[in-house]
Ligand binder design. Sequence first.
Ligand code: GAL
Length: 348
Amino acid sequence: MKLTESVFGLLDGKEVLEYTLTNENGVSISAIPYGAAVTKIVTPDKNGKLENITLYVTNLEDIVKHRPYYGASIGRVAGRITKGQYTLDGVDHQLDVNEGNNLLHGGPDGIDAQLWDVEKVVTDTEGKLIFSYEDPAGKNGFPGNMKLKVTFTLTANDEWVIDYDAETDAPTLFTPTNHVYFNLTGDVTQTILDHELQIASEKHGTLNGENLPTGKLEVSAGTPFDFSKSKSLRETILSDDPQLKSINGLDHPFLLKETEDAKTILFDPESGREVKVYTDMNSIVVFSHNAEMDAFHIEGEPARVHAGITLETQTLPDAINHPGFGDIVVRPEKAFHSQTTYKFGVRK
Ligand code: GAL
């Protein structure tokens, strides 16, 4: 395992480094401490050609200014919280909202917008980037001083393992994710419409006009949301179903089944690349990059409509306001730990 470093950009006049772990197969993962974010992931295609498979925002100023979430660690709570409100232990809480009346991705000053400390541990067989950050009580309105750790491990078996660890000194909410966009073609001028997706799920959540979960989980069989068998994304993303058409694609949570196998598999028939996702969280939010982002560039190109797809593992969004969606309360008595693994491979 090899670790290299280069200067990614300047933040308040100080250098922010980009770290790259590369294993014996040439698979590499690059990350920056700003947002504890993965920037670039290089994997071979079916002919052994090594290419980047993320939407890679190369300019730190753009990340700071536009907060695009690409590759970043997201929290304290991934997704939206209706009106930024919740009740815990009989007490009503109002969080700082940042998308209309609602809170999105941790609020106006989320963990994706912080400079984390980094520790590097490299052995023959694996490399770790351990990011840590203390999120003070009151930030974005959340109670509890939190000690957060996000560890990226690259293994010899082409896995990117993300461990999330957290402690708090008062009851609070926590369900993080990573917001990497994949484009397995290795070419950001292509869309992901012909990628195939499989999800170990029978139910998906529906959204209201503010992209908030309605609180209902619908049976996916017989609808465009049925990914129980691998199928092309094209028909679903371009479907006339009002849930999809109104937002130009997918931005929906899927309730994951209990299984030791991969919970989600993304496959690109053209390059042969696949990503298998394993997680202990109960859902995956699939967002198909439904608008063009022209305020910043990804590797010199505008981030086109459907240029990438996220596979965001988390507890079902707005869980604190919907009974049965999962427990996202973290208390001082018990540290939080969760793990998600993205395993890269090819089908020939
Ligand atoms: C997704 C979210 C989308 C959008 C995106 C960030 O996770 O569900 O609605 O906000 O993040 O551009």
